[in-house]
Ligand binder design. Structure first.
Ligand code: CO
Length: 214
């Protein structure tokens, strides 16, 4: 069973190449020259939230980092490396943090079940609950509380993105860079802009604002 699935993937790839070439015979030749995507996407690893597809982006149009629950964790070298490359080399103009309703990582953070090493990742999401527990604890209906927690986590990740030295430094250099938070509804396919936008570090709490030596 698994072998046939595996073989099918290669077959699918061949068909995809044929389809792309039928529309543009130079499609891959152009891509081979390099990339200059205008956008970095930080999303959840969830298989239902395919970054390129849901925004209609073609290969070459979006730089992507995905992890469980679209987290921006300041000691995560993988996220920092993607962010650094996107901002300082590719010079992306926009970064979108996109979470989604029904996120398993957020659901786990609401509960107390020990899962494994992932508990330590989920712990960061529990911090978001703690920051917002007054609002969240007032929502008696669990599904509504879950949805709101998903949204608040996205807002916090956008704030954490703004706090990184990489993003603040780009603003200090007058680089054009806006960061945004979106929530995706897996049941409708639609995204909603949560309208948490930053474009300079004045919007951050004083303690987070970095002064850069000239
Ligand atoms: Co998720």
């Amino acid at each position: 069973m698994q072998t046939s699935l595996y073989k099918q993937l290669i077959e699918n790839n061949r068909n995809w190449v044929k389809q792309k070439l039928s529309l543009d015979e130079n499609f891959f030749k152009k891509l081979a020259k390099g990339q200059q995507p205008p956008l970095l996407w930080i999303g959840c690893s969830d298989s239902r939230v395919p970054a390129n597809e849901l925004i209609g982006a073609q290969p070459g149009e979006v730089f992507v980092h995905r992890n469980i629950a679209n987290m921006v964790i300041h000691t995560d070298m993988s996220m920092l490396s993607v962010l650094d490359y996107a901002v300082n080399v590719l010079k992306v103009k926009h970064i979108i943090v996109c979470g989604h309703y029904g996120c398993g990582g957020i659901k786990a953070a609401m509960g107390n079940q020990h899962v494994g090493i992932i508990d330590n990742w989920i712990r960061h999401i529990k911090d978001v609950y703690r920051y917002h527990h007054q609002e969240l604890d007032l929502i008696t209906e669990e599904t509504k509380r879950f949805d709101r927690f998903v949204e608040l986590n996205i807002v916090e990740q956008v704030c954490d993105l703004a706090k990184t030295s990489i993003v603040q430094s780009s603003w200090d250099n007058n680089q054009e860079l806006s960061i945004h938070g979106w929530v995706y509804d897996v049941g409708s396919g639609l995204v909603k802009d949560l309208e948490v936008n930053f474009s300079n570090n004045d919007d951050l709490g004083d303690v987070y604002q970095l002064d850069f030596l000239k």
